[in-house]
Write a protein of this length. Structure first.
Length: 457
C-alpha cells in the first residue's frame, strides 16, 4: 500500500490508507486511544480501539506504549467525524483514521520539556535544536524564510538576473577590517568570505546582472541580538545602470515582492505571528545620512551628527519617523561617508566625502546595504592603496575592471535579519536554523571545551 499524507485524507472517506509520521499528542479514554499523527503536510486525528481479542494483544500493547514524538506507521479506514466533533482549526478536522494496524518505527524518549508550548529560554531551545525545531511556531519561521529566499530568486530571475554560487574560501578579506576568519589552507593563508562581493562584481562583466544566495562569515566578537558569525546573504549586482538610484528601485521591488509572496503563499505561517505589514503601495522614503542624524537630534535631543554612521537607537527612531510621516516600515538612508565604506564604493561627484551608497532600515534595523561601485580600473587601484592595501593582492579581482566594466552596483541583505524584523523576534538566533556565534557551534563551546579538558585528563 502506498503512503498517504494527512492533507489527502479528507477526500478518501471510506478508503483504507497507510500513513507515516510522528505522534503529536496522545489521549487515552478507557478503551479508546486518540492520537494526532503529524507529517510534513499537517495533522490527522487517529483512533485505536483496544480489543479483548487475543490476536489483537500485540496491537493493544503497541498503542499503550505510544509517546509524543515517536515515529510510527499506521493503517486504517478514513471515516467522517461524528457531527459536532469536527475540528475546524485544521484542514483534516472533518475526518479521522480508524486505526487497524500500528507499527513503532522510531521510539522517543521522555521529552525534556513540552515542545508544543516551548516556554524555555533561548539557550535551552538552542541546546535542544534538533528537537525544538519540531515545534509548530519554530517550523513556521523557517517555512517563511524558505519563501523569502524563493521569492528573492523569482524576483531577480524575472528581471533577467543570472544566479551563481560564490566561493566561501577567498584569498583576501573582501570587506576589509579585522572581522574575518583566517583559515590554514594547506601551506597558505586564506579567509572565509565576508561576502561574495568580488565575485558578483567580476560576473557583472560576464552576465551583466547576477545574484547569489550564500553563507557569509563575520568574526564579530559580540553577543548582541542582531549579530551572527555566519548568516545567509542575499546578494544582487547589476551593470549598465542609468543611475545609482536604480539600485534602490530594484532593492525596493525585490523587498515588496518578498512580503507580497509571503502573504500570498504562507498566510498560515504568518498568521501564527500576526505581523503588521504597512501598505506596500507606499514608496520607501529616501534621506541622506546627515539629514537623518538631524532628524534624530530634533526628535530625541541625541546629538550624533558628527558620528560616521548611524547608531542602533538612531535606526529605531528613523523607522518611527518613516512610519509616522510616510506610513512605511522601511526607509532608505543614503550618502554614507567615503572613509567608512569599502574601497570599491563610488564617491558622490558633487560631494566626494560621501558615497552613492545606501542602507535600507526595516522596523528599526538595517536590512539592506548597497550602492554604486567604482568601475574605473585606475581609480580602484588608487583606492586600494588609500585603504592601506597592496593592489598586487587584488590582481585577480582587478582583471574584470582592467578589461572594461560598465557603470554598476548592487546590494545585499541578511535573510535572518528580515525574518527577525518581520516576525518581531527578540533575537536573530531565533531566525537561524543552527546559529553560529562566539559562544556556540551547535553546542555551547564552553561545554565542548570542558569535554576536551576531561579527555586530556
Amino acid at each position: 500500500m502506498e503512503r498517504t499524507l494527512s492533507k489527502e485524507i479528507p477526500g478518501l472517506v471510506g478508503q483504507k490508507v497507510k500513513m507515516c509520521g510522528w505522534v503529536d499528542t496522545i489521549r487515552a479514554h478507557g478503551k479508546i486511544v486518540f492520537f494526532d499523527l503529524r507529517d510534513r503536510s499537517g495533522i490527522a486525528q487517529a483512533i485505536f480501539m483496544l480489543s479483548k481479542q487475543e490476536q489483537d494483544a500485540e496491537m493493544n500493547e503497541m498503542a499503550k506504549k505510544l509517546t509524543p514524538e515517536c515515529a510510527i506507521e499506521i493503517e486504517g479506514l478514513i471515516k467522517e467525524r461524528p457531527q459536532g466533533m469536527e475540528n475546524k482549526k485544521i484542514e483534516t478536522g472533518g475526518v479521522e483514521v480508524q486505526v487497524e494496524k500500528i507499527k513503532l518505527v522510531g521510539k522517543a524518549e521522555i521529552l525534556p520539556f513540552d515542545i508544543k508550548d516551548l516556554n524555555s529560554g533561548l539557550p535551552i531551545v538552542l541546546d535542544h535544536r534538533p528537537l525544538t525545531l519540531r515545534n509548530e511556531k519554530v517550523k513556521a519561521v523557517f517555512k517563511l524564510q524558505e519563501e523569502m529566499i524563493a521569492s528573492f530568486r523569482r524576483a531577480l530571475s524575472s528581471l533577467d538576473f543570472t544566479e551563481f554560487q560564490s566561493p566561501s574560501i577567498i584569498p583576501q578579506a573582501s570587506e576589509g577590517g579585522s572581522e574575518v576568519f583566517h583559515i590554514d589552507y594547506f601551506d597558505y593563508s586564506a579567509y572565509l568570505a565576508q561576502s561574495p562581493q568580488f565575485y558578483k562584481q567580476i560576473l557583472v562583466g560576464v552576465f551583466e546582472r547576477v545574484f547569489t544566495v550564500n553563507q557569509a562569515y563575520r568574526a564579530e566578537p559580540s553577543m548582541t541580538t542582531r549579530h551572527l558569525c555566519e548568516y545567509t546573504s542575499l546578494d544582487a549586482e547589476m551593470g549598465c545602470i542609468n543611475s545609482w538610484e536604480e539600485l534602490m528601485d530594484t532593492a525596493e521591488l525585490v523587498t515588496k515582492n518578498i512580503l507580497t509572496d509571503m502573504q500570498k503563499n504562507r498566510a498560515k505561517e504568518l498568521a501564527i505571528f500576526n505581523p503588521q505589514i504597512s501598505d506596500l503601495n507606499v514608496k520607501f522614503p529616501r534621506i541622506k545620512m546627515r539629514e537623518a542624524q538631524k532628524i534624530v537630534l530634533e526628535r530625541t535631543g541625541r546629538d550624533n551628527t558628527k558620528e560616521p554612521d548611524l547608531q542602533p537607537d538612531d535606526e529605531k527612531e528613523l523607522c518611527k519617523y518613516a512610519k509616522e510621516k510616510y506610513g512605511s516600515d522601511f526607509i532608505f538612508i543614503t550618502h554614507y561617508p567615503t572613509k567608512k565604506r569599502p574601497f570599491y564604493t563610488f564617491a558622490d561627484p558633487n560631494d566626494p566625502e560621501y558615497t552613492l551608497s545606501f542602507d535600507l532600515l526595516y522596523n528599526g534595523l538595517e536590512l539592506i546595504s548597497g550602492g554604486q561601485r567604482i568601475n574605473d580600473y585606475q581609480t580602484l587601484v588608487e583606492n586600494i592603496k588609500k585603504w592601506g592595501n597592496n593592489p598586487e593582492n587584488f590582481e585577480f579581482y582587478l582583471q574584470a575592471f582592467k578589461y572594461g566594466m560598465p557603470m554598476e552596483g548592487g546590494f545585499a541583505f541578511g535573510a535572518e535579519r528580515m525574518i527577525k524584523q518581520l516576525l518581531g523576534l527578540e533575537n536573530i538566533r531565533e531566525a537561524t536554523l543552527f546559529p553560529r556565534d562566539m559562544e556556540r557551534i551547535d553546542q555551547r563551546l564552553s561545554i565542548l571545551q570542558g569535554e576536551k579538558k576531561k579527555d586530556k585528563n
